[in-house]
Design a protein around this ligand. Sequence first.
Ligand code: PMP
Length: 378
Amino acid sequence: MIYFDNAATTKPCAECIAAIGTALTEQYGNPSSLHSFGYAAQKCVDEARARIAKALSCEPECITFTSGATESNHLAVRGIAGTYGNRRRRIVTSTVEHASVRAACDMMEEQGFEVIRVAPDENGQITPEAVLAAVNDQTCLVTMMLVNNETGAILPIPEIFSAVKAQYPDTVTHCDAVQGFMKLPLSVRSLHADLLTVSGHKVHAAKGIGALYHKKGIRLKPVITGGEQEAGLRAGTESVPLIMGFGAAVSALSGNIGERFAAVSKLRETAETMLSEIKGVTVQSKAPCSPYVMSISVKGLRSETMLHFLAEKGIFVSSGSACSKGKQSGVLQQFGIRQGAADSTLRLSFCAENTAEEIGTFCDALREAQSRLVHKRR
Ligand code: PMP
């Protein structure tokens, strides 16, 4: 099988699987229990927290575990609106966010917040100037993603957030960094992010685990309430296995972000070269772009048709964004991609284990799809 759908989810690494096994067999205590067996589980959770914190260059107490990036994004948006929203009722975001940020912002809009959605310009970029023009002293939150999950576009978050902070120091900045975490070198400080979302299953850990970084002093109204777990920010017994697996996966990747970036960049170049030789194929992702995500369109073929044709050959890609399950999110159009091209879009998303040979096999399959399916349609 050839797996080019790593932006949808990744294969759990051996370190993650081993840590989950250890948790399930040896550390099944409840971290909230007052006895030593519970305390041992809490120690494992805190060790994993320290690992995530190290990867983001922050203090462990600034990390809260959640069920994934969707929940982290809700905690960020609704948590800030809930705390600061009495006095400041504007939220600034972009038109290309993941559905979870969009949904959280929509919820706040229904509750009377003013939500300003900044669109990319004709170059597919969101500039600090465009964001600043949308922010005022009534703005409680600016929330923007680092790497777009459909195109790989990298937004200039350090420039955007530092410009916002310089003029509006009380406005909280949140970054959905899911598609950049452990792929691009990043730290919360260099991004000027007060809040930052990451997800486990995009970095070779298990599904159902994520985290939210929150800078010291930022107050968040919890979304899930009940017990006092996670310093009262996220009630519910911690999933020790998933948390330990997340910590182990992040540690395993930590030492070689640069090497993996170089390997994936090379792979991406190979893909661009090979695809440029196929008539009717356009690479839609424009620089600056993460090498890990590549959006292409294939003239005359519909995404779903190609997806199924490739899947039958054991080649797995995505039609656009995996979360939208065939339903278009409109994000491609926001990046200036015409409807016709959007309907013919495939998203290839890589990991360091993918090979140039796999790219070759994919290109052969694409050629075959063109000759068989385009022909059939005539
Ligand atoms: N944000 C982005 C940018 C994503 O790509 C995804 C996953 N598609 C999410 C948030 C949601 O992540 P999770 O599956 O962990 O809820």
